[in-house]
Design a protein around this ligand. Structure first.
Ligand code: NI
Length: 378
């Protein structure tokens, strides 16, 4: 094993052992800063409690942004790994420990060639991806406004180590969340005429929302609406005062996103009116869709092939990823989000999810070369 791979494995396993939830990545931030300091890598003063931004290279050329995320999930780990989580109920079940180790490795490799870089590289160690707060917080500091483009990565259990998922165009969905409170009037279950029952209204609303994807959108542009939570009532003989519905809407196209929101509001409001209840709707918008730049994809495929890596196209998903925030704020800029094959038998967010550390080193070389090539090209 190479010295680099030794370092990478050690960072990866240490971070894996000590997972931290979003905006609480204190220990991980400490580790990142310590490694950067040890290797004389400059950092920007980030006005957040967690996270870090490393800077390499020099002024007078383009600036490339690289980004990894550092947070874990509220899951009890059951992998049985020797370096399994030592924190009860918290686990790196999405591979953000892997991402952090890779970007530390990239920082070291770029540092070794710093004088030859044709510009500047900013590496963002981002907090709180899972809660979709981190990218928003980082971009609003203004510290990465000058980046001409952004590169990001994610572990991918669907591929073995040595394979990268590179796909042009939309790869992750725009994420919106909703919470609907249907207000009726409580009464005895045997005297429905004395109340206004929110339960049938809730059922009709769930059914009506199915038409968002089937009747109100172009079948070639994905739309998904999942009602994931219903809460109403306390007893078998009581008609409740209200009923709560929660869930998420996913789309790939900004125009479709805003149209679907309008259809959603109308369907909920009018269904409620039809059932004589009142709908209180709380809608919150998460990150936009993540669109991979075609020319960056071409460059990435070339570099991957030069380095003996296989390239595949990963399965489409309407999952969300706040990396997309870097591609729209403060203005639109190109970006590329690459899936790194990390093997394993379980999907992300599963208590037995694992990322194979043997994929670390090739990922480091890939992103180091990508950063250099992007600087030389820009
Ligand atoms: Ni993730």
């Amino acid at each position: 094993m190479s010295v680099l791979q030794d370092h990478l494995t050690e960072w990866f396993q240490t971070i894996h052992q000590h997972p931290e939830l979003g905006m609480q990545e204190f220990r991980t931030t400490e580790l990142v800063k310590q490694v950067l300091n040890t290797h004389g890598i400059r950092q920007l003063a980030l006005p957040l409690e967690t996270g870090a931004i490393a800077v390499l290279g020099h002024d007078g050329g383009p600036t490339i942004g690289l980004r990894c995320d550092m947070d874990a999930l509220p899951i009890e780990e059951s992998t049985g790994l020797p370096y399994a989580s030592r924190t009860h109920g918290v686990m790196h079940a999405c591979g953000h420990d892997f991402h952090t180790a890779v970007m530390l490795g990239v920082a070291l490799c770029l540092k070794a060639r710093e004088s030859a870089l044709a510009g500047k590289v900013k590496i963002v160690f981002q907090p709180a991806e899972e809660t979709t707060q981190g990218a928003f917080a980082i971009t609003r500091t203004g510290l990465v406004d000058d980046c001409n483009l952004f590169l990001g990565l994610h572990t991918y259990p669907g591929f073995q180590p040595g394979t990268l998922g590179i796909k042009s165009g939309p790869v992750m969905a725009a994420v919106d969340w909703f919470s609907i409170r249907l207000h009726g009037r409580g009464s005895h279950a045997a005297q429905p005429q004395k109340g206004i029952d929110p339960i049938p209204a809730a059922c009709a609303t769930v059914t009506a929302l199915q038409t968002l994807a089937s009747r109100f959108s172009n079948p070639f542009s994905p739309v998904l609406c999942s009602v994931t939570r219903i809460e109403g009532g306390t007893a078998r003989n009581v008609i409740p005062e209200s009923c709560l519905l929660e869930g998420t809407v996913r789309t790939m196209d900004p125009q479709v996103r805003s149209e679907i929101r309008e259809h959603f509001m109308r369907l909920v409001t009018e269904t409620a009116r039809a059932y004589a209840v009142k709908a209180e709707i709380d809608w919150s918008s998460g990150p936009p869709a993540l669109i991979n730049d075609p020319s960056l994809c071409t460059l990435a495929r070339t570099i991957a092939q030069q380095q003996g890596l296989s390239v595949d196209i990963q399965e489409d998903t309407l999952g969300g990823e706040d990396f997309s925030e870097y591609l729209v704020y403060p203005s639109v800029r190109p970006g590329l989000f690459v899936r790194i094959g990390t093997g394993g038998n379980y999907p992300q967010h599963h208590p037995r999810f694992t990322a194979d550390p043997s994929a670390l080193e090739s990922a480091v070389h890939f992103f180091t070369s990508m950063a250099e090539a992007c600087l030389a090209k820009a």
